[in-house]
Ligand binder design. Structure first.
Ligand SMILES: Cc1cc2nc3c(=O)[nH]c(=O)nc-3n(C[C@H](O)[C@H](O)[C@H](O)COP(=O)(O)OP(=O)(O)OC[C@H]3O[C@@H](n4cnc5c(N)ncnc54)[C@H](O)[C@@H]3O)c2cc1C
Length: 384
């Protein structure tokens, strides 16, 4: 994975940015359980100065125009720190590229400039992995839609300005039986009937907020549909796939940070008169960790290359998400083990990185759901 001159410069810019703007605040944010708003705004402003803000979106809409290879490079660096901090460097959802007409000025443009923040609201209290069981629904009323339902675990760095909300707008008959028509709506915070509050507090990425959204007869004009009515899941499909690749890249970054800490400790911590790394039990752990990290990096690189060529499949993305997140958790657990008791002490970052790592096997589709996608891709062509 040789880097071109431009990619190396991008990598060095992100690394320097992280060292100056993010790493110094990790412990405080974890202890407080929040990112002080001034700090968040400062990260936002500085990331605009160095050109990292909205780097994922095309130049034609004012974004940084980075390809997937470059995005993977920077997501890997971001993964070394807390999501609570690096999410202030906005990567607005690519779903917003589906904005049309005056939606562009109301939603897409302000997300590119940082004047607005969006949430992606799919999960419900009773519909997590099983998104088709969602209860949120919108019914027609003349030209308008009336939205009802609830969402939870909807996350972001800060109280948003609007949410992209998925709701059922009817049912289609399919060869496999009736299937909900899912539509994506742009829903402004502050609309009558839309309440939003801070949700449960997560022990991974302390300070990254989750929100609960409730909709009670929220009236939405026809211009609030993102994309086409009934095509919400198709619209989000590509973005969800790339989201899984970014999870993979961030997992590799965090795993590398843990690995470096583990190797240093193994080389310097002495027991029985020698460095603990010289005991095969520790040295072989490091060897396995290095191999797994390399394999994970290669999987991300392969998927990104396919994505840039337009040939990445759902199963490719699921494999990356599954392997990289599980690899990270094995490396995090081994690092705690190599540190012994010190690995669990608040004075060192190991326990925080270990806690942060745990979420990666759950969000953006759990490991079990990724295995389901992969096994389906094997069995369906065989008629099973
Ligand atoms: C911090 C955080 C931030 C999040 N941010 C967002 C966000 O911004 N937007 C959003 O829409 N969602 C978000 N989520 C939701 C996240 O995507 C869900 O938590 C995840 O999809 C799992 O759903 P669940 O938690 O309801 O678990 P469940 O679906 O209840 O699953 C519980 C367990 O059952 C297993 N399981 C379920 N179905 C199957 C099956 N068919 N086969 C085998 N095992 C199965 C799961 O793998 C899991 O182990 C966030 C979650 C967290 C924790």
């Amino acid at each position: 994975m040789e880097l071109t001159h431009e990619q190396q410069m991008l990598h060095d810019t992100v690394q320097a940015f992280m060292e100056q703007e993010l790493y110094p605040h990790e412990e405080e944010v974890d202890r407080l359980g929040e990112v002080p708003i001034d700090l968040g705004r400062q990260i936002e402003a500085r990331s605009k100065e160095v050109g990292l803000f909205a780097a994922n979106l095309p130049e034609s809409v004012g974004g940084g125009g980075l390809d997937y290879r470059c995005m993977a490079l920077i997501e890997r660096e971001y993964g070394k720190t807390s999501h609570a901090l690096h999410s202030w460097i906005a990567r607005p959802t690519e779903l917003l590229l589906a904005c049309e007409g005056d939606q562009i000025a109301r939603y897409l443009d302000p997300c590119v400039t940082g004047d607005k923040r969006e949430l992606f609201a799919l999960t419900e209290p009773e519909a997590g992995s099983d998104i088709m069981s969602m209860k949120s629904n919108a019914r027609r009323d003349g030209d308008d839609w009336i939205l009802n339902g609830s969402k939870h675990f909807i996350s972001g760095p800060v109280m948003p300005d609007f949410a992209i909300v998925f709701a059922a707008t009817g049912e289609d008959e399919t060869p496999r039986g009736p299937r909900k028509r899912i539509t994506a709506f742009l829903v402004d915070v502050g609309l009558d009937g839309f309440s939003i509050q801070e949700g449960n507090r997560c022990v991974s990425y302390r300070g990254y907020q989750t929100f609960q959204l409730h909709f009670s007869d929220v009236r939405l004009g026809p211009g609030q549909i993102l994309g086409e009515e009934g095509r919400g899941l198709e619209l989000s499909g590509k973005w969800l796939g790339m989201g899984r690749i970014w999870v993979g890249a961030t997992c590799c970054g965090k795993a590398e940070r843990l690995f470096d800490l583990a190797a240093e400790w193994a080389a310097n911590r002495r027991q029985f008169g020698k460095p603990i790394g010289q005991f095969q039990a520790t040295g072989f752990k490091l060897a396995d960790m290095a191999v797994e990290l390399k394999a994970a990096d290669l999987m991300v690189a392969n998927a990104v290359e396919k994505a840039d060529r337009g040939t990445m499949t759902d199963a490719d993305a699921a494999m990356v998400k599954l392997y990289c997140s599980e690899m990270l958790n094995r490396i995090a657990d081994n690092t705690v083990q190599i540190y012994g008791g010190m690995g669990l002490m608040e004075e060192l970052p190991i326990q925080r990185l270990w806690r942060d790592a745990r979420l990666e096997r759950i969000w953006d589709g759990t490991s079990e759901i990724q295995r389901h996608i992969i096994s389906r891709s094997i069995l369906r062509p065989l008629g099973a």
